[in-house]
Design a protein around this ligand. Sequence first.
Ligand code: UD1
Ligand code: MG
Length: 457
Amino acid sequence: MIQDAAIVILAAGQGTRMKSKMAKVLHRAGGRTLVEHAIATALDLAPPERVFVVVGHQAEAVGEVVSRAGVRAFEQREQLGTGHAVMCGESYLAGTGGLLIVVNGDCPMVRPETLRLLVQRYRETGAGAALISTDLPDATGYGRIVRAENGDFVAIVEHKAATEEQRSIREINAGFYCFDAAAFWKHVHEIRTDNPAGEYYLTDMVEILIEAGHRVTAVKIADSSELLGINTKAELVAVDAILRERKVNQLLADGVTIYRPETVNVDSQVVVGADTVIEPFVQLSGNTVIGENCHIGASSIIQSSSVGDNSEIHPFSVVSSSRLDSNVHVGPFARIRMGAHLHDGSHVGNFVELKNTEFGVGSKSMHLAYLGDSSIGSKVNVGAGTITCNYDGKKKHRTTIGNHAFVGSNSTLVAPLTIADEAYIAAGSTITQDVPPSSLAIGRSRQVNKEGWTPKR
Ligand code: UD1
Ligand code: MG
């Protein structure tokens, strides 16, 4: 933790270049919104009460993400530029002394170590401000670092305001700043809007502080990859690809086997245990947690779900917001959703859908079934083609099936319905009444055989 630092994340802009109705910082890279990335990095450096996010465009939606992340937001009602954005926090931040760290909300890959280096160099050089720079092969759009002939840092010139000659400068401002808070608040109102965009540029603080006799340090980072800013969809997906590559490399290092990792999409927060095998084209998203020694079949999608140890998801299965315990088998082509819970050793086979259903220890439903809003006990066998009719057109109703029950193929179970322990349902039945324990229910018309019928036809 960095002592006596407040961190401000700039996240009020619309992100015009994204050509989107949604605020830029709500777009996702690596499965997380850009603002969540920035907050996670900030929380590595400072406690939550000293992290602030400037919100403005779609303030409510961004603010919701911010408060869920446990930090505070303040509003910039009109987006008049990055300098103005920080000014909007004056009542929260001025007078606290110490350091003021400002980070762009659209640079999700920066590592906390890099920001720590920024602070360290700020302290070492006794500067009034320090910021991170890097060389980019194509610096288009970025603010350029202008240096004097002796190499001294003089100013940042924004791309729009830069001369042809300045545009050939490859050293750019990455959008991470550490200010002496007292100096910042003393001079921030000297920022003018005399630039092509008519905005209050935070970057003008460099010249202002130098003018006021402070030293300003540019900390140049050799590896520019973590400093890429996101202004367009193309940049968003490029950063997303890098974050996902980082994630699968981390999982490989942690002992997860991932075949053709370049085809696998794993969100940043996903946890996978050692010795689990992940086949090509798998997607793991949200806060999914997979145990050890599992096998996740090709093209399966697991969203915000947990999977216990030694479980197997066969190819092309979709699991969302559900819980699978240990030694569970699912798929191929299964769909498990909305709070379904598969207990230890249960099996769900091809073309089976489970919704909001408890599926007991060792129970099986191997083919072609819909089990919705149900509580199914242990060691139950659900035959192929079984359907719980849970919806009467207005309301949803529950189906309860006791332990060791046997549901014959092609049964239609009309809820609300209770089938007690050890009951049998004859194949092809439509069951509308509760079934007592250890009994056989048959709900179908009797078969009639007309002998010698064929020759007479
Ligand atoms: C900014 C820098 C530029 C730097 C680049 C690095 C300025 C003036 N320019 O340019 O020197 O090279 O980042 O990526 O700072 N924002 C607000 N309120 C506003 C405007 C912007 O909160 O009124 C937020 C945005 O939501 C965004 C961040 O500030 O998260 C940066 O804004 P953006 O418009 O992306 O600035 P760049 O043009 O990228
Ligand atoms: Mg930007």
